[in-house]
Ligand binder design. Structure first.
Ligand code: KIV
Ligand code: ZN
Length: 504
């Protein structure tokens, strides 16, 4: 039997994914996600753009030092100072890669760089030659390739290879491509690159909802590497969702005839971790990792599933790390039962960590009769969250509301050991709570978005609130969970304010 081609999975959650509005991570959070990406067994981790900030530089450097296994890449513009900073950040990696990006479309050349095609080409070549003296692995991205003049694009690719690029990445930067046309372009580029010792890569954005189909058609037409993010997060409408791409390849080997080295059992955990740390919820109907991805609700479907799962299910939840059966714990479940359930979910903790999780578990179990698998994941994520500098911590909240009463809230918050208390009225109790917190922080935040979802079903479910707030044009996301939705709302708002203040 012919060996299946191995497609390389390049994860850019920590670079393009972090460009999602409000999703900035601190150093420890980036490292935590990088460790999980290693468990997921991606081939390449793009750890950041070190020239963008001292914190990103430090995070990329730590990841390069610690994470052994995947290639550690970082992004640089085609500028020597960017490349120098990037190299300084990744040079201690066992397998470092310099990733250089430079636009090739008229839109980028004319309006962004104000350079002619020839000038931009020379700039790119110089950058590659300079980087090649530092690192043997050079990836070159022809930004906005899908809108570029194709003859110019092919010329840039040939010259980039001649200058020393080992990976040529073709980005659909603005999500403009459509699958058939994109597939043909990738096939044409494969012809140009096939005699060279280079990998052909694609990087597809989701502006028209076609990032995953475009990525898959590129594989069908010869791409060797695909760039993706967990949950499809990223600039604007995001990037190709890693979990969707790799599971499609796994479920349809008859069509794609390729394979990956991804550890599928880590998919769900990675998705939940990224969502929780970045504060970006996963939509319930999201393919592969959405809460409803394996839920069968209509009578006809349920009947079919009960007779034989194959009637309506093409993916087994266990394949992506979702526990086959939903276990239930209660306040009477001991530490041993909890530990067993945690292990079933793939978590291994030290005794001291298990004790902390058990304590939190008991607090939730006191208010909620049954603790389901999803509750436990939420508890673990909260307990293992990297502590950000918590300037404000919720101490006490009391609200009054109803349809014939002016909603009011009194909030007490701890700041450096001191209690600050404020009260306010609002349109509803959440609004009153947020006005009281604004007074405490002495800042005016704009609430851009507020969403509430229950972690599991039932009236006593844990509520998870996500807020997007803005202050002086800086957007941040915050998240909070509690069995009481007003408390969850206050926690999410304070979490966002703490994140905002941490960026100052
Ligand atoms: O979208 C894009 O073009 C990019 C490049 C840096 C690959 O993110
Ligand atoms: Zn991108």
């Amino acid at each position: 039997m012919m060996e299946k081609k191995l497609i390389k999975i390049f994860d850019t959650t920590l670079r393009d994914g972090e460009q999602s509005p409000g999703a900035t991570l601190n150093i420890q959070e980036k490292i935590k996600i990088a460790r999980q990406l290693k468990k997921l067994n991606v081939d390449v981790i793009e750890a950041g753009l070190p020239a963008s900030s001292p914190n990103d530089f430090k995070a990329v450097k730590k990841i390069a030092k610690e994470i052994n296994g995947p290639i550690i890449a970082g992004l640089a513009r085609a500028l020597k100072p960017d490349i120098d900073i990037l190299w300084e950040a990744i040079k201690e990696a066992k397998k470092p890669r310099i990733h250089i990006v430079l636009g090739t479309s008229e839109e980028h050349l004319k309006y962004k760089f104000r350079r002619s095609r020839e000038e931009a080409l020379q700039m790119g070549i110089e950058a590659i030659k300079y980087a090649k003296k530092l690192c043997s692995e050079i990836e070159y991205s022809t930004e906005d390739a899908s809108r570029s003049n194709k003859d110019y694009l092919f010329k840039v690719i040939r010259e980039a290879i001649r200058a020393g690029a080992t990976v040529i990445n073709i980005p659909d930067t603005v999500g403009y491509a459509v699958p058939e046309e994109w597939g043909k372009l990738i096939a044409r580029i494969k012809e140009i690159t096939t005699t060279e010792n280079v990998l052909l890569s694609v990087h597809c954005h989701n502006d028209l909802g076609m990032a995953v189909p475009n990525t898959l058609i590129a594989i069908k037409n010869g791409a060797d590497q695909v760039e993706c993010t967990i949950n499809g997060i990223g600039e604007r409408a995001g990037n190709a969702a890693l979990e969707e791409v790799v599971v499609a390849l796994k479920i349809r080997p008859d069509y794609f005839g390729v394979t990956t080295i991804i550890n599928f059992k880590e998919i769900l955990k990675t998705s939940k971790m990224v969502s929780s740390i970045m504060g970006i919820p996963v939509q319930p109907n999201k393919a592969i990792v959405g809460a409803n991805a394996f839920a069968h609700s209509s009578g006809i479907h349920q009947d079919g599933i009960l007779k034989d799962k194959r009637t309506y299910q093409i993916i087994e939840p266990e394949e992506i790390g979702a526990a086959g059966h939903k276990f239930v714990l209660t306040a009477r479940s001991g530490k041993h039962a909890l530990k067993h359930s945690l292990e079933k979910l793939g978590y291994k903790f030290k005794e001291s960590e298990t004790r902390k999780i058990h304590q939190h578990f008991l607090e939730v179990a006191d208010k909620k009769k049954e603790i389901l698998e999803a509750d436990l994941v939420a508890i673990v994520e909260e307990e293992t969250a990297i502590p950000r500098e918590e300037i404000y911590q919720l101490d006490y909240i009391q609200t009054t509301g109803g349809n014939k009463i002016v909603p009011t809230a009194t909030v007490k918050v701890k700041k450096k050991g001191k209690i600050i208390q404020e009260s306010a009225c609002g349109n509803g109790v959440v609004d009153a709570t947020y006005r009281a917190i604004d007074r405490i922080a002495n800042l005016r935040f704009k609430l851009v978005d507020y969403s509430l979802k229950s972690v599991t079903g039932g009236k006593d479910a844990l509520g998870e609130v996500t807020v997007h707030i803005k202050c002086r044009d800086k957007a941040v996301i915050g998240r909070g969970t509690s069995t009481d939705i007003i408390e969850a709302s206050a926690k999410a708002y304070l979490n966002a304010i703490n994140r905002y203040l941490a960026t100052k």
